[in-house]
Design a protein around this ligand. Structure first.
Ligand SMILES: [Zn+2]
Ligand SMILES: [Zn+2]
Length: 170
């Protein structure tokens, strides 16, 4: 029983302070009062980074300015289970680096939620999708190129053996 209560205590991955309840629009999140980082369960993260939620929020700022990607640092421990989290560039192109525990949720440093919502408000999700489609079409193109390379090679080999037959007489 005690263990369960302890597991529910969420701790800031950076400051090790206990997180406290924080109201953001309709949602209650956990926040570190020290560094102002936010902890979000996966479902809350999904809603708060969706176009649906961002576009109906009058405070959303569509002027997204991509910040330089922060330089790599050590991985942070999860606010819930303390296992090291992984890092992701949100939607590949936003430049907002989120810390993620697959089992528990997402840690956002100060202003990162604002930055992500601004990215979404600027149509970033569409751009990210375009880029993924682009990547896919590039992969298809690369496959095409490889195929024509094979064809070219076959032709060259054919030429080679024709010439070999011609010159060597077999
Ligand atoms: Zn903190
Ligand atoms: Zn975790």
């Amino acid at each position: 029983m005690k263990l369960e209560i302890e597991n529910k205590n969420r701790q800031c991955p950076r400051c090790k302070e206990a997180l406290t309840a924080f109201q953001f629009n309709h949602y209650q999140l956990d926040r570190c009062s020290c560094c102002e980082g936010l902890w979000l369960e996966p479902d809350k993260f999904k809603v708060l980074t969706s176009e649906f939620d961002v576009y109906r929020d009058d405070n959303s700022d569509p002027l997204f300015i991509r910040k330089p990607t922060p330089k790599a640092e050590g991985y942070l421990p999860c606010a819930c289970c303390s296992k090291l989290m992984t890092r992701q560039n949100f939607k590949d192109i936003s430049g907002v680096i989120i810390d993620l525990c697959i089992a528990c949720g997402i840690w956002l440093d100060k202003n990162e939620l604002k930055q992500i919502r601004s990215f979404v408000a600027s149509g970033g999700l569409g751009r990210s999708q375009d880029r993924q489609l682009d990547k896919q079409s590039q992969q298809i193109q690369a496959l095409d190129d490889r195929l024509s390379d094979v064809e070219l090679m076959e032709k060259m080999l054919h030429k080679f053996s024709v010439k070999r037959i011609f010159f060597r007489g077999f």
